[in-house]
Design a protein around this ligand. Structure first.
Ligand code: PLP
Length: 400
């Protein structure tokens, strides 16, 4: 798309990210040269090469999320999937099916502001006879660890609470929730860490996490690849969602996406390696954007937690503005790309997350999400701020 200024500023990094060039380079040989099927590893070298590589990445991913025993990464704890939607389904539905078969629980605890990929499996399980508690969050979008404790009962087998929210960027007290769940035998803690990885220091062992979902395309890796981490003591308690050749130790049949897996491993390595610098950079840009918007616009409200939030997230409400028109027409015309609520729920009328943190209709309807990225510059943000301020003032004068 060409815009009046020719400039494009992508501020929708919670929806997806561009693939890092180093990730593309790492993937390249696995399309044309090392194209083998890992399942053919015993038959020939080309299969062996592919198989060996994905086992290395399994270790690399375990290392990246801090899944270690005795200093060694626990490669077997990683199940490669098609993305975090599948990882979340595998964790929630896979454990539920096993629990049902073995009479090992019928109650799940989650929150009202989870991603659809957790909420929808939970709703599905309710139809199948499970009981689900959807915890409320506070005005900033945080889950109270004490509320988790209060909700746990004899039938509970799973607590699924996201590490950081994809709309308002709020970071949950994961370590505290993990420690609550840890007090109960046979209750497992799953976290959707898609947005938190690379932004927050996630350490599986230190946070009491039993299962964790991650996705490639939210961390400058490719789309269509993700992983589910599972503590080895519960791996055999996950029923697979799809049956077939028994890949991924029987938990996820289907020929592995070898280039995708290589890309995920590289993306995660880069995310963890450069986390501090990346965080500082995007935080700086985010604050620059917030400072300009809040100083120059009268009617603007910050959504989410003022401190415990993703470094690249700015979610604000413009209560007097038709934000649908603002985002989809006025901003895009000038090359500034932002989002209304969440991209995954484009069918929703209003955001199920905003509805949980406010009852102010204008605030809920007026929410815009800016997701900043590592490759943006100060100049990009200055330009975006100029455009946003001008367009908000313009629509306010028409609608207000
Ligand atoms: C994007 C996202 C997902 C879905 O991940 P996919 O890999 O696109 O399936 C799940 N949870 C959160 C928090 C997300 O932001």
């Amino acid at each position: 798309m060409t815009t009046d200024s020719g400039r494009e500023v992508y501020l929708d990094h919670h929806a997806t990210t561009p693939v890092d060039k180093r990730v593309v380079e790492a993937m390249q040989p696995y399309f044309t040269k090392h194209y083998g099927n890992p399942a053919s590893k015993a038959n020939h070298s080309i299969g062996h090469t592919a198989s060996k590589r994905i086992e290395q990445v399994r270790e690399q991913v375990a290392e990246g999320i801090g899944a270690r025993t005795g200093g060694e990464p626990v490669a077997k704890s990683i199940i490669f999937t098609s993305g975090a939607t599948e990882s979340n389904n595998l964790a929630v539905r896979g454990l539920a099916e096993h629990a049902q078969k073995n009479d090992a629980g019928s109650h799940i605890i989650t929150s009202k502001i989870e991603h659809e990929a957790v909420i929808e499996p939970c709703k599905y399980l309710e139809e199948k006879g499970f009981d689900v508690t959807y915890l409320s969050v506070d005005e900033y979008g945080q889950v109270d660890p004490m509320a988790v404790r209060d909700a746990i009962r004899d039938e509970t087998f799973l607590v699924s609470i996201m590490a950081a929210n994809n709309e308002i960027g709020t970071i949950n007290p994961i370590k505290e929730i993990g420690s609550v769940v840890d007090d109960y035998e046979d209750v497992w803690f799953h976290t959707d860490a898609v947005q938190a990885i690379g932004a927050v220091d996630i350490n599986i062992n230190e946070m009491g996490i039993d299962l964790m979902s991650i996705s490639g395309h939210k961390i400058y890796g490719p789309k269509g690849i993700g992983a589910l981490y599972t503590d080895l003591k519960i791996k055999n308690k996950i029923e697979p969602l799809q049956l077939g050749g028994g890949h991924e130790s029987g938990k996820r049949s289907g020929t592995p996406n070898v280039p995708g897996i290589v890309g995920l491993g590289k993306a995660l390595e880069l995310a963890v390696e450069n986390r501090e610098n990346r965080v500082k950079h995007v935080e700086h840009l985010r604050d620059q954007l917030w400072n300009r918007l809040s100083n120059e616009l009268d009617n603007i409200i910050l959504n989410g937690h003022p401190e415990e939030r993703l470094p690249n997230n700015l979610n604000v409400s413009f209560p007097n503005v038709n934000v649908k028109e603002l985002v989809r027409m006025s901003l895009t015309e000038h090359g500034v790309m932002a989002a209304l609520g969440s991209a995954c729920a484009s069918g929703e009328d209003t955001s199920h997350v905003l509805e949980q943190i406010s009852d102010d209709e204008d605030r809920i309807k007026g929410a815009v999400r800016f997701g900043l990225g590592k490759d943006l510059t100060k100049e990009d943000i200055e330009y975006a701020a100029d455009v946003i301020i001008k367009e908000v003032e313009l629509t306010e004068s028409i609608f207000g």
